[in-house]
Write a protein that binds this ligand. Structure first.
Ligand code: ZN
Length: 163
């Protein structure tokens, strides 16, 4: 078993997206097993949190998410605990670049896209394609602003993410 360490929270205000950039900057890919949590609150009261464990073990690199999902219609709560596969590719200037493999299944087919950002657009983390979070730099794009706001992403950050 590798080393465990606390790490800083991730940057969006409500834990609705996670990027490999963040994990990289906070040394999650430096080896062993590392974990952290992200929590959010409303009116000063803690309303939820997400735990995650990053493992870069050879042959089984993954990020494991643990949180409670509340169904917005029935208010039913469900404990979730699942892994998202991580892969790495060599960088042109040395080192490795890490990616998430989208775990969602769309129309009966596993997505398996290699992506740099996962979004909690529903019950599970998935890629922007699965959650239809496309962003075009036109007046049309403003229809996504509310959605991005819910994800804790500013329009400027969204443009950077999708440019
Ligand atoms: Zn996907």
């Amino acid at each position: 078993m590798g080393r465990y360490s606390y790490s800083s929270r991730w940057t969006t205000s409500d834990c609705k997206s996670l990027s490999v950039k963040f994990l990289n900057e906070h040394h999650y890919f430096d080896g062993g097993v590392r974990w952290g949590t992200c929590s959010w609150s409303r009116n000063g009261e803690k309303t939820g949190s997400i735990g995650y464990v990053v493992s870069t073990a050879q042959g089984d690199a993954s990020i494991r998410f643990q949180y409670i999902h509340t169904n917005s219609q029935s208010d039913e709560k469900k404990d979730l605990d699942y892994k998202v596969q991580l892969v790495s590719t060599p960088c042109r200037f040395g080192g490795r670049r890490w990616w998430f493999i989208c775990p969602l299944v769309r129309e009966g087919r596993p997505c398996q896209r290699r992506v740099g950002v996962l979004y909690l657009g529903g019950k599970y983390f998935g890629c922007r394609h699965c959650y239809s979070l496309t962003y075009e730099s036109s007046r049309e794009s403003h229809k996504f602003d509310k959605l991005f706001a819910e994800l804790g992403i500013t329009p400027r950050q969204a443009r950077e993410l999708f440019s």
